[in-house]
Ligand binder design. Structure first.
Ligand SMILES: Cc1cc2nc3c(=O)[nH]c(=O)nc-3n(C[C@H](O)[C@H](O)[C@H](O)COP(=O)(O)OP(=O)(O)OC[C@H]3O[C@@H](n4cnc5c(N)ncnc54)[C@H](O)[C@@H]3O)c2cc1C
Length: 661
C-alpha cells in the first residue's frame, strides 16, 4: 500500500486528506470479508487491506442461534450427494439462478474443509466423517453446526489466519461513500472513510471486495446485532445493480438481548402474554381467544420451534399464525409481547397435546411442570445464555417481536461474485443477493465463504495488473470530497435530525417493508421515503453536534437503501406476486388467514410463475430507481470430460477474461 495526501480546497477550508492506494481493498471483516482476504493471500495477491468498522463489529461475530447452521455437501455415510443435487435444493426455493446455485454447491465442501483446517471443531465421528442433520428446505443431511456460535468461531479462526498471514487491517473506520470514476467506464475506484474523530481518509483500489453484511440498520424490530447497520446503501448510491431485494427472512426473536427464540424455546411451550405499552400494566394471555382448543394453540407454539422463520405457506392453517398474532398485539394494538417460561399456557395438559408434541416431550423426558423446568431439562444452555445477558428466565418474562433476520437478496453478482454492472467490484457475503425466495438454513454462511473464494480467484486470474488512471482517479476523489464537504456545510441549518430520520426509516420498514405488506399501505410510505431521502441527500447533513457527523452519513445511506427496498417491494406488489417466502400480502379480495381475524387479514395467494423470475433493481445516475424481471437461468449442464475441462482450466478459459491460446 502506498499513501499520499490530497489537498482539498473549498471556499472556506483547506485540508490534507490521506490517500491510500491498495491493489485489493476488502471492506468489512465479517466471516465473508475475512475469508476473502485469506483467499487473496493464498492466490498470491499481495497488496491487500481489510478496512472495517472493527473486528468486533458486524453480524457474524456478534450473533448466533439455538444451533447455528452451516450448510455444505453431505460428507457422511452412504447418503449420496453431488453439486448438481445440492444446486437443485438451492433453486427449489425459487427465484435463484441455477449457475449461482451450482457454484455455491460446488464450493461448499472446499469452503467447509478450509474452516476445518483452520481449526473449526465441526463434529466428526471416529472414521473422520462429518456428521450432518437436515435443515429447513433440505432433503438431505447437509447441515452442520458447532453450537450456538458457529459464525463467531468462524470469525475467530479467520482472524487468526489473517494475522498469521500478516494481512493489514485498518479498524475503526466507517466507509461513508464509494466513489465512481468520472469516465464512461462503470467503476467504483475509491472509498471515503471517517473515524470516530471525524477524520477523513480515502482508499483508492484496483479491486474492491464489498463484504459489509446485511441491511441490519433498516428495521426497528431486528435480530441483527445492535452494532450492525450494513452498508448496501453506499453501493446502491454508487449505482450497483441489485437482485431480489424484497426477499428477506423474519421471525420471532427477543428484543432486549437480540436472539431468535427458535428450537427448544418454543418446544417447551411457553406462555405468550402481552402488556400495555408501559410493559407493566394490563397483562393478558392473548393467544387463547384465537384458538378453538388449548391443544391447537400449544401445537402451533411447539411447531414454531423448528418452523422458525415466518413462512407465507404456513400463514393459513399453519404455525405462522403465531407470528401474525404477535404482530397484531405489537404493531396494531401497540402493546408489548413476552414469553413467560414460569407458568404453563392456559389449558396446558400433556395428555391433550397433539400426538407429535406429546411424543417429542416424552422422548425428551421433558415432562416437568413448567416451561422453565422443561427448558432446563432439554437445553440448560438456553437459560444460561439469557442469564449471561442479564435476563433471568426463572424470574422475568422475555420480550419478543417479529424481527428482521436476513436478506436473501442484495447486490447482483456474476458467477465470480463480481457486480453485474460495476467492474472490479465484488459484493460478497450477505450483501450479495445470490439467494431467492426460500433457501436451506445455513446457506448464508456457506455463500459468504464461497464468495471470498470466487472473488479472490477471479482477481488473481484477471485483475492483477493496475488499470486505474491515477490522475483521473484523484480528480474523481477531489470532486467527491468537495461535494461531501459542501453537503456537510449546506446542512448545518437543516431541520431533519439524524436520530429522527433513523427512527422514521426504521419504523417505516418494520411497518410496511417487513413480513406484512400491502399495496394500499406502501404507496404513501414510498412517497414519504422519497421525501426523507430528498431532505437528507439533497439538503445536506442535519447533525447538530460534530460528533454526530459519521452517524449522519450512515443514516444517509440507510435512507437511500430503505427507499430502494420499499420501491422494489411496491413493484412486486403492483405485479401481484402475492404472498411468498417470509412475507404475506394483505388483500381484501384474498383468502382469510384465520376465521377469528377481521377482514383486513385476508391475503393474496402467490402467483407461482414469479418463482421463475428474478427481480432486478437498477439505479440511474440521477438516483432514479427502476425494476425489471429477469428469467431464472437453469443449472448449467456442464461437459465434465476431464481432458477438455483440464484444458479450459489450464488456459484460463473458465474465467472468461483471457485471450485463449
Ligand atoms: C440471529 C441470526 C442468526 C443467524 N443464523 C444463521 C445460521 O444459522 N446459518 C446461516 O448460514 N446464517 C445465519 N445468519 C445469517 C449470517 O449470520 C449472516 O448472513 C452472516 O454472518 C453475514 O456475514 P457477512 O460477513 O456477510 O457480514 P457481517 O458479519 O455482518 O460483516 C460485515 C462487516 O462489514 C463491516 N461494515 C459494515 N458497514 C461498514 C462500513 N460502512 N464501513 C466499514 N465497515 C463496514 C462490519 O463492521 C463488519 O465487519 C443468522 C443471522 C442472524 C442475525
Amino acid at each position: 500500500m502506498e499513501t499520499t495526501t490530497l489537498p482539498v480546497i473549498t471556499s472556506d477550508k483547506e485540508m490534507l486528506v490521506p490517500l491510500h492506494w491498495v491493489h485489493t481493498l476488502v471492506i468489512g471483516s465479517g466471516a465473508a470479508g475475512l475469508n476473502a482476504a485469506v483467499q487473496l493471500s493464498r492466490n498470491n495477491v499481495q497488496d491487500v487491506l481489510i478496512l472495517t468498522e472493527g473486528l468486533e463489529k458486524g453480524t457474524s461475530i456478534n450473533t448466533g442461534s439455538d444451533k447455528q447452521t452451516y450448510y455444505k455437501l453431505s460428507l457422511c455415510g452412504s447418503e449420496s450427494d453431488s453439486p448438481q443435487a445440492m444446486a437443485e435444493s438451492y433453486i427449489g426455493g425459487g427465484a435463484m439462478h441455477g449457475d449461482l446455485a451450482l457454484v455455491e454447491a460446488s464450493l461448499s465442501s472446499r469452503a467447509f474443509i478450509n474452516l476445518v483446517n483452520l481449526g473449526m471443531p465441526f463434529p466428526r465421528d471416529a472414521y473422520g466423517q462429518f456428521v450432518g442433520y437436515k435443515t429447513d428446505h433440505d432433503p438431505r443431511q447437509r447441515a452442520t453446526s458447532i453450537g450456538p456460535y458457529t459464525s463467531r468461531e468462524m470469525c475467530h479462526h479467520l482472524i487468526s489466519e489473517v494475522k498469521r498471514l500478516k494481512i493489514p487491517i485498518h479498524e475503526n473506520r466507517e466507509v461513508i461513500q464509494l466513489i465512481r470514476s468520472d469516465n464512461d467506464e462503470q467503476r467504483i475506484v475509491a472509498a471515503i472513510t471517517m473515524d470516530k474523530n471525524n477524520s477523513i481518509e480515502v482508499y483508492a483500489a484496483e479491486n474492491i471486495i464489498f463484504a459489509v453484511g446485511g441491511p441490519g440498520g433498516l428495521y426497528k424490530t431486528s435480530v441483527y446485532p445492535e452494532v450492525h447497520f450494513g452498508a448496501i446503501g453506499l453501493a446502491l448510491m454508487a449505482g450497483a445493480k441489485a437482485r431480489n431485494l424484497p426477499e428477506s427472512q423474519y421471525g420471532l426473536a427477543s428484543t432486549r438481548f437480540r436472539w431468535n427464540v427458535s428450537g427448544t424455546y418454543m418446544q417447551v411451550i411457553p406462555r405468550f402474554i402481552s402488556r400495555a405499552a408501559d410493559g407493566i400494566s394490563d397483562e393478558q394471555e392473548f393467544l387463547p381467544t384465537y384458538f378453538d382448543s388449548a391443544s391447537e394453540m400449544n401445537g402451533n407454539i411447539f411447531l414454531k420451534g423448528y418452523q422458525w422463520p415466518f413462512d407465507a405457506r404456513k400463514a393459513i392453517g399453519g404455525s405462522s399464525i403465531i407470528d401474525i398474532l404477535v404482530y397484531i398485539e405489537t404493531v396494531e394494538k401497540g402493546r408489548r409481547v413476552y414469553l413467560d417460561f414460569t407458568r404453563n399456557s392456559q389449558g396446558y395438559n400433556l395428555e391433550e397435546l397433539p400426538e407429535e408434541v406429546r411424543t417429542y416431550l416424552i422422548r425428551s423426558e421433558a415432562l416437568q411442570q413448567t416451561p422453565i423446568e422443561r427448558l432446563y431439562k432439554m437445553n440448560p444452555a438456553a437459560i444460561e445464555l439469557y442469564r449471561d445477558h442479564g435476563i433471568d428466565l426463572h424470574q422475568e418474562a422475555l420480550e419478543i417481536a417479529v424481527c428482521a433476520q436476513h436478506n436473501n437478496g442484495g447486490l447482483a453478482g456474476s458467477i465470480w461474485w463480481e457486480s453485474t454492472n460495476i467492474k472490479h467490484f465484488f459484493p460478497i457475503g450477505e450483501v450479495n443477493g445470490s439467494h431467492g425466495v426460500n433457501r436451506p438454513g445455513g446457506t448464508a454462511l456457506n455463500s459468504g465463504q464461497v464468495g471470498g473464494f470466487r472473488a479472490a480467484e477471479y482477481i488473481a486470474a484477471c485483475y492483477m495488473d493496475w488499470s486505474l488512471p491515477k490522475k483521473q482517479v484523484e480528480n474523481a476523489i477531489l470532486t467527491s470530497l468537495k461535494q461531501l464537504l459542501s453537503w456537510i456545510k449546506t446542512g448545518e441549518n437543516q431541520k431533519v435530525k439524524y436520530q429522527e430520520a433513523l427512527d422514521d426509516l426504521q419504523s417505516r420498514m418494520t411497518r410496511v417493508g417487513a413480513h406484512i405488506r400491502s399495496e394500499q399501505a406502501i404507496k404513501s410510505e414510498v412517497k414519504d421515503a422519497k421525501l426523507l431521502v430528498e431532505q437528507l441527500i439533497k439538503n445536506g447533513c442535519s447533525c447538530t453536534k460534530i460528533e454526530d457527523l459519521r452517524i449522519t452519513f450512515r443514516v444517509r445511506q440507510l435512507a437511500f437503501a430503505h427507499l430502494v427496498y420499499l420501491d422494489a417491494i411496491q413493484f412486486m406488489l403492483e405485479n401481484r406476486v402475492g404472498s411468498r417466502g417470509s412475507s404475506i400480502v394483505l388483500d381484501l379480495n384474498g383468502s382469510r388467514v384465520h376465521n377469528k381475524l377481521k377482514d383486513s387479514w385476508k391475503i393474496q395467494l402467490e402467483d407461482s410463475s414469479f418463482r421463475q423470475k428474478i427481480l432486478i433493481t437498477n439505479i440511474g445516475d440521477d438516483g432514479s430507481i427502476t425494476h425489471a424481471w429477469e428469467a431464472v437461468r437453469p443449472i448449467p449442464k456442464t461437459d465434465a470430460w476431464f481432458e477438455t475441462a483440464w484444458a479450459a482450466f489450464r488456459n484460463g478459459e473458465i474465467y472468461g477474461c483471457k485471450e485463449m491460446s
